[in-house]
Design a protein around this ligand. Structure first.
Ligand SMILES: CC(C)(COP(=O)(O)OP(=O)(O)OC[C@H]1O[C@@H](n2cnc3c(N)ncnc32)[C@H](O)[C@@H]1OP(=O)(O)O)[C@@H](O)C(=O)NCCC(=O)NCCS
Length: 162
C-alpha cells in the first residue's frame, strides 16, 4: 500500500537518492527540502520511499509545485499523479489562487505532462535554458545535458476557481 505523508528526517537520504537519479545529481539538496513543503509517497509494507513532491509559496505569494519524482521501481501506479494532487490540495489550503509548475522538457517531451493535466494544469509558455544559470551557480547536473543544463522548461498553470 502507498501512503502519502509529510517528510520525516529518516526519509532524507532516500529522497535525495531518488532526486539524484531522476532529476540530476545535486539538483535537490537538504536546503531545498527544508525550504519547501515536501510530500513523500511511502510503500508501507516495504518501508521504502517511492517518490516525493516539493511545493512552496514564494515571497510575492506565488504558489509553485516545484518538482515531482517517482522511483522507476514504482512508476506507472498513479503515485506521481497523487503526489501532485496532494501538493495542489496543500497550496489551495494556504490560499493559492493559481499554481505554477516549471516542467522539464527533453527530446520534445514533457514526461510529467500527463500527471499535471490529470490535476487540471495546462501549459502556458516555454522558457529555453530555464535551469542553465542556476545549474552553473549551484553545480548540479542534468540527467540529459550533464553540467550546464540547456533543457527547456514548459511552464504549466492551474487556475483555482473560487
Ligand atoms: C514523471 C514521473 C513523476 C511520473 O511518475 P508516475 O508515478 O509513474 O506517474 P503516474 O503513474 O501517476 O502517471 C504515469 C503517466 O505518466 C506518463 N509518463 C511517465 N513517464 C513518462 C515518460 N518518460 N514519457 C512520457 N510520459 C510519461 C505516462 O503517460 C503515464 O500514464 P499511464 O500510466 O496512463 O501510461 C516519473 O516518471 C519521474 O519521476 N520521472 C523523472 C523525473 C521527472 O521527469 N519529473 C518531472 C520533473 S518536472
Amino acid at each position: 500500500m502507498i501512503r502519502i505523508r509529510d517528510l520525516q528526517q529518516a526519509d532524507i537520504d532516500e529522497i535525495l537518492a531518488i532526486a539524484d537519479a531522476q532529476l540530476g545529481e545535486k539538483y535537490i539538496t537538504v536546503d531545498d527540502l527544508s525550504a519547501c513543503n515536501v510530500f513523500v509517497a511511502e510503500h508501507v509494507e516495504m518501508q521504502k520511499c517511492a517518490g516525493f513532491c516539493l511545493s512552496y509559496v514564494g515571497q510575492e505569494g506565488e504558489a509553485y509545485v516545484r518538482t515531482v519524482a517517482v522511483s522507476p521501481d514504482f512508476s506507472g501506479r498513479g503515485i506521481g499523479t497523487d503526489l501532485v494532487a496532494k501538493s495542489v490540495e496543500y497550496l489551495k489550503s494556504v490560499g493559492a489562487k493559481k499554481i505554477m509548475s516549471p516542467l522539464w522538457k527533453h527530446d520534445g517531451i514533457v514526461n510529467s505532462d500527463v500527471i499535471f493535466r490529470r490535476n487540471g494544469f495546462l501549459p502556458l509558455r516555454e522558457i529555453p535554458d530555464y535551469w542553465y544559470a542556476d545549474s552553473i551557480a549551484k553545480g548540479y547536473s542534468c540527467p540529459v545535458c550533464g553540467k550546464g543544463c540547456h533543457c527547456t522548461c514548459v511552464l504549466y498553470e492551474l487556475k483555482i476557481e473560487n
